[in-house]
Unconditional design. Structure first.
Length: 305
């Protein structure tokens, strides 16, 4: 028997062949909005009800086509139940899927394995739920990658297991983001800023965001604190939250204190002003208790800068 030649696009289809072609709506051209498909798609309808922001998703390449191909019962439901099960709050699911729609195409077995890995590393249920909610891409990464990341922080910062766990629980982005900026910041702290390893360790544990801060911000703040205000490394280490502060806030307050003859940052001297007080107090408190002046004085002084 001869092979049947393939259909030419001009051939008529028989009734039977026509029925075999799955009647699915054609995927849209590029200039469409996902909203146009909500009525036809149970999946999209339910995602909208969950609070997924379709307008954000359709700006991302390939996401729209991916979502339109998903079947709610086959693909979405099980993964939603999984996310709820590991502690992602109902009211966060919409925002979670808006940031990471790709979780809906991850293999269920892989997702389970990654959770089991975190459990084997003694992360509590609360820690896992906090990490997954705070870093929605966490579960898209393989067990090998997660393991390498944990080992990196433990090694580089010379942390014990528990401190490593605490560090990434507080800032799960450390597991999902690139390691390059972290390596760069550790190098900057050691070589350019001259902090000792135990000081860097203490600062990173107190303020994990330090590891991801911009190099420019770190060096500029340090330069001002150390070289202009004369604050030694060990006092900066005591209050590393100073690296979260705005440069101008520190500068304005320091210059005001200097103007009043109160810029005294040596703990062995009377009228000592700690970094904590300098940075973390509201303006009114700073003016009255530390500068011994008024808010009006400070505002007038700032206008002269």
């Amino acid at each position: 028997e001869l092979d049947v030649p393939p259909h030419s696009p001009f051939d008529e289809l028989s009734e039977e062949e026509a029925l075999q072609i799955e009647a699915s709506p054609l995927l849209p051209p590029t200039s469409f909005t996902l909203r146009d498909y909500v009525d036809q798609s149970e999946t999209l309808t339910k995602l909208v009800l969950l609070g997924v922001d379709l307008s954000k998703l359709e700006r991302r390449p390939n996401v729209a086509n991916m979502l339109l191909r998903l079947d709610f019962n086959r693909d979405v439901k099980e993964r939603l139940l999984f996310l709820k099960d590991i502690g992602v709050d109902d009211h966060l699911l919409g925002a979670f899927l808006t940031r990471n729609p790709f979780i809906l195409t991850e293999d269920m077995e892989n997702l389970q394995m990654r959770i089991q890995y975190l459990q084997s590393k003694k992360f509590s249920k609360e820690a896992i739920s906090r990490m997954v909610s705070g870093a929605p891409y966490l579960l898209n990464f393989s067990v090998e990658r997660l393991d390498n990341r944990l080992a990196f922080y433990q090694r580089e910062l010379r942390l014990n297991v528990q401190k490593t766990r605490n560090l990434v629980t507080r800032l799960p982005k450390l597991l999902t983001g690139s390691l390059e900026p972290v390596k760069e910041n550790l190098k900057v702290c050691r070589i350019e800023l001259g902090f000792r390893d135990n000081e860097i360790q203490h600062m990173a544990i107190s303020v994990p965001k330090l590891l991801l801060a911009s190099k420019k911000k770190l060096t500029r703040l340090f330069d001002y604190l150390h070289n202009t205000m004369g604050i030694p490394h060990h006092l900066i280490t005591k209050f590393p939250q100073v690296f979260n502060a705005k440069f101008l806030r520190i500068k304005d307050r320091h210059l005001f204190l200097e103007h009043l003859g109160r810029a005294q940052y040596d703990p062995t001297q009377p009228n000592y002003v700690s970094l904590d007080k300098l940075v973390a107090t509201p303006d009114e408190v700073f003016c009255v208790e530390i500068a011994k002046g008024t808010l009006l004085d400070f505002e007038a002084f700032q206008k002269t800068l």
